[in-house]
Write a protein that binds this ligand. Structure first.
Ligand code: PBG
Length: 323
């Protein structure tokens, strides 16, 4: 008889034989920034996640910094009245995200700042690219994503993270940044981003739900496997420094394949809003232990092969790990 139970006799023994763990250094914490002062408003669809004005953002970063979190992802959320068909506020000089980046860099120079680069929070129709009729046009969108990336990089962002799923976006951004002496700014590409039903709560957070249609003409169909590897390969060739698979829980197979196929590139997985809220809602209903389910889910993402995880749980998890 093979004695497997010897690996499980008590906590110490189980710890000794564990092969994978999630650590604070793996975590990337997302923030939703708004204009104004002293704004800290819980997002109704995303428990314990807030719309923060820049002053409140800095106060929150103080907390996560003390917990050892060293990477953040920033989304700008602007007033509806400021959105237009050209997404002008996305790349306006001194825009919301650029000001946030500057303020953070001044106070926390060591923190790694990643900014989301996508037009959906800035277009009046809520699509990730420019629109002609009902078509989301690819090539015409690229210069605007590049300009948006430039404003963030120029403000001091360490990484820009294109999430629009326009073909050629990494190449366009890399070329534009290089031309503007921003050779050292990294690109974290949302390479394999599926058209997922699990983004629901985020669209309220970012106020970016599309006014017509959906995102299935640019985000990936969830019945595909190999396209994700081609998307990742292309992004690496175009100059992506880190690549991403998104969502995470329902795409563990894709994470595993991506890590096997591209072991030399840092792989980031995004545990998205719906994946987070599924656990939270079930925990609130008493169906499961939220903290334990969180730990299991995040460990599974690492076990599949992710090097880093973007998660709304980052602060909570870092708080548990530090004790
Ligand atoms: C923007 C973007 C989305 C998310 C990250 N960047 C939403 C979308 O594509 O509609 C989703 C994140 C989440 O659900 O937590 N394109």
């Amino acid at each position: 008889m093979e004695r497997f139970r010897k690996y499980r006799t008590d906590q110490k023994t189980r710890d000794k034989y564990s092969e994978v763990s999630i650590m604070t250094d793996d975590l990337i914490y997302p923030y939703f920034i708004v204009e104004g002062r002293s704004v800290k408003q819980e997002i109704s669809s995303l428990k314990e996640v807030y719309h923060l004005s820049i002053d409140m953002l800095l106060a929150d970063i103080e907390e996560i910094n003390n917990l050892g979190i060293n990477k953040i992802l920033i989304f700008g959320v602007i007033e509806k009245s400021l959105k237009d068909e050209m997404a002008k506020m996305a790349y306006a000089p001194d825009n919301l995200v650029s000001r946030a980046v500057k303020a953070i860099k001044q106070k926390f120079p060591e923190l790694i700042i990643i900014t989301d680069v996508c037009l959906c929070g800035y277009t009046d129709h809520g699509h990730c690219g420019l629109v002609t009729g009902h078509e989301i046009v690819n090539d015409k969108t690229l210069p605007y994503l590049s300009r948006m990336a430039y404003t963030h990089a120029n403000a001091g962002a360490d990484f820009v993270a294109p999430s629009a799923m326009m073909d050629g976006q990494v190449n366009a951004i890399r070329t534009y940044l290089d031309q503007h002496s921003l050779k050292n700014t990294g690109i974290l590409s949302y390479s394999a981003k599926y058209a997922s039903n699990f983004y629901g709560p985020f669209r309220e957070a970012a106020q970016s739900a599309p006014a017509f249609g959906d995102r299935r003409t640019y985000q990936m169909d969830f019945r595909t496997i190999h396209q994700s590897l081609k998307e990742i390969k292309t992004d690496i060739e175009e100059g992506a420094d880190w690549v991403m698979v998104k969502p995470a829980h329902t795409y563990l197979d894709i994470i595993q394949r991506a890590k096997q196929e591209f072991p030399a590139t840092q792989l980031v997985a995004y545990q998205v809003s719906g994946e987070y809220m599924m656990i939270e809602a079930a925990a609130d209903s008493g169906y499961l232990d939220g903290d334990k389910a969180m730990m299991e889910a995040l460990t599974a993402i690492k076990r599949a092969g992710a090097d880093k995880v973007i998660t709304y749980y980052a602060k909570k998890l870092a708080g548990i790990l530090i004790n």
